[in-house]
Write a protein that binds this ligand. Structure first.
Ligand code: ADP
Length: 591
């Protein structure tokens, strides 16, 4: 991975801070939303439970009212019962209720009389059923509103069926209202399973008895009401019911499919968001278990828009913050870089100006030395010619020789300056030709003979066999001239050896002196422009010779190096490939 540039760090930091803040805000909002959702669910569960309880309480109150009718009268007629129940308008006002009835308690031997009484009261084919002798009986005597469905039930002995019997026994035992377990109503027929339950309330002769025995003794019958669960629950009112939330009612404390009294869910999917609450309830002495379950749609009602706004806004702000910081930081970095570049350029310009001034100073000095010498020689010669008598030929020759040496030195200096100018502009051209390096070396050595003699230096050339290659003669001569003249100059009059050998395909050339040598720390520097290591008091020079030499050797495809020990001398070594690279050199930044 590419490392993030440091100046972008601030921008990324800003982005990070923005994102973390957004995340924290989103978490807060989400937690708030979750708490709000949980609270809503709890409220709904409470309202649902309350609504069911209120319905059931009303039904119980209605049964108590019906019982009141019996308490107030020894003999309740069909008409009285009808009138009483009609006035209550049960079906309209109490959803789920199928009617209000009364089951008479018939002890052994009372059945026939009861049947006769009922027939006399206008129910011609009244009979206690199912047939068979199993006293006592709790035979349904009244049931209002008496439509064709309810009519079918008249005479039915409630005790003949175990679930109903259990409820009756409980009501008798406690004297309180008792709800039955899950039943199929006698009114129902056909295959559809309509789940229902019944509420029973015992009715006694005389004042209310206090013990189970007294109750059994004084029992007159039961007022009761049958309920269809679906209709009962459909009448419940609480938010989201059957839309975002399901309710299942179980008879008893355990949750089992066969004990389901009612469910609003066709199948029972897992509760969404874990929102499920089980509420135990006691309905007229019978335990019920309500299970409220949230549907997926429950959450859609929740205020999730807030979360979207927070996240969206947060991300947008983070991004803006990031971009703005980046722009700002980049602008600052660019300004800093620009000022750094400017500073560097100014520094370089200052250095360049100083180098140029130094160079001009040195160059002027270097040109002046041979010029002065030349001027002196010319004055001397003029004086010699102006003298009376024959011209001293030997002195004349010496004067001319010295003048030639000085003009040679001058033209070498000028050549160097021209070379430097060409090298810095990359305009050096090579003229390659097949040649023998030993010949070039011999030639250059010959040119130095006089100077060597004048310095009393032995200059030897060790070139046992021809070393041929394709090089530029003039440039080779220049390289050799520079190295040999340095060896003579810094050699302190010691012998100078030049050797040429074939090396591999190419050539190896060495110029060795036993002079002042070069300190190790100066070795890498002396090949650079204007760099000098010797004291300028003792040794003049522009510091250009080795720079030019290196450029030329490299242009010829070779390498130059030096091994030297101070006070013991130096050996400059040039290696050349057999063939110098063409086309002509056009190197950038050679200066
Ligand atoms: P210049 O001789 O004009 O100073 P050069 O580029 O030829 O410039 O040499 C650079 C420096 O390298 C010299 O100033 C000198 O200090 C050192 N140098 C070059 N050749 C020799 C040598 N044969 N022995 C000792 N020092 C040398």
């Amino acid at each position: 991975m590419r490392p993030v540039p440091r100046r972008n760090a601030a921008a990324y930091l800003a982005l990070l801070v923005g994102l973390v803040t957004t995340l924290v805000a989103a978490l807060f909002v989400q937690r708030g939303a979750r708490e709000e959702r949980d609270r809503r669910f709890e409220d709904t569960v409470r309202e649902g439970t309350l609504s069911l309880q209120q319905h059931l309480d009303t039904y119980l109150a209605m049964l108590l009212g019906a019982r009141g009718l019996f308490v107030s009268s020894q003999e309740v007629t069909r008409q009285e019962f009808h009138d009483y129940v009609s006035s209550l308008q049960p079906r309209q006002r109490f959803p789920g209720i199928l009617g209000i009835g009364f089951a008479a308690w018939l002890r052994p031997g009372e059945v026939a009389a009861h049947e006769a009484r009922m027939r006399a009261m206008g129910v011609p084919d009244f009979r206690v059923w199912p047939p068979g002798s199993r006293p006592p009986y709790a035979s349904i005597t009244f049931l209002e509103p008496l439509d064709w469905r309810n009519e079918r039930v008249l005479g039915y002995d409630i005790l003949s069926e175990p679930v109903r019997q259990e409820a009756l026994e409980r009501a008798l035992e406690t004297g309180l209202p008792a709800a039955s377990g899950k039943v199929r109503l006698v009114q129902e027929y056909g295959p559809a399973e309509e789940t229902a339950f019944l509420l029973y309330l015992p009715v006694f002769h005389g004042p209310p008895p206090t013990t189970p025995e007294e109750r059994r003794e004084a029992l007159r019958g039961f007022v009761y009401a049958p309920f269809r669960m679906d209709d009962l629950v459909a009448g419940l009112r609480f938010p989201g019911f059957q839309r975002t939330l399901d309710l299942t009612i179980h008879d008893g404390r355990s949750i089992a499919r066969e004990r389901v009294l009612y469910t609003s869910a066709a199948t029972r999917p897992p509760a969404a968001f874990g929102l499920e609450r089980t509420v135990p309830l006691v309905v007229a002495g019978r335990p019920w278990t309500l299970v409220f379950t949230a549907r997926e749609s429950f959450i859609e009602d929740a205020p999730s828009a807030q979360l979207k706004e927070v996240v969206g806004g947060g991300l947008l702000l983070s991004l803006l913050l990031f971009l703005m910081t980046r722009v700002q930081v980049n602008a600052r970095a660019a300004a800093e870089a620009a000022s750094q570049v400017q500073e560097r350029l100014a520094r370089e310009a200052q250095v360049a100006v100083r180098v140029r001034d130094d160079f001009l100073g040195v160059a002027a000095h270097e040109l002046r030395t041979p010029l002065t010498a030349l001027t002196l020689q010319l004055q001397l010669l003029r004086r010699l010619l102006g003298k009376e008598g024959p011209v001293d030929k030997a002195r004349l020759e010496r004067g001319l020789e010295t003048s030639e040496r000085q003009t040679g030195r001058l033209s070498r200096l000028v050549d160097s300056l021209l070379d430097i100018s060409r090298l810095t502009r990359g305009k050096l051209e090579l003229h390659l030709e097949e040649l023998d390096l030993t010949e070039v070396v011999q030639e250059v050595a010959r040119r130095f003979e006089l100077e060597a003699q004048s310095r009393d230096v032995t200059l030897t050339v060790d070139a046992p066999e021809p070393v041929r290659g394709s090089w530029d003669r003039l440039r080779l001569e220049q390289v050799l001239t520079n190295l040999v003249s340095n060896a003579l100059k810094y050699g302190r009059g010691s012998p100078v050896d030049v050797s040429v050998r074939a090396e591999g395909e190419g050539a190896r050339l060495e110029v060795r002196d036993r002079g002042i040598g070069i300190a190790p720390e100066d070795v890498s520097r002396i090949f650079e422009r204007f760099e000098r290591a010797a004291s300028s008091r003792h040794y003049g020079g522009l510091g250009l010779g080795l720079f030019i030499t290196r450029q030329l050797v490299e242009a010829l495809g070779g390498r130059i190096s030096v091994s030297s020990t101070p006070e013991q001398g130096s050996t400059f070594t040039v290696t050349l490939p057999p063939k110098s690279p063409a086309p002509p050199l056009a190197r950038e930044g050679a200066g």
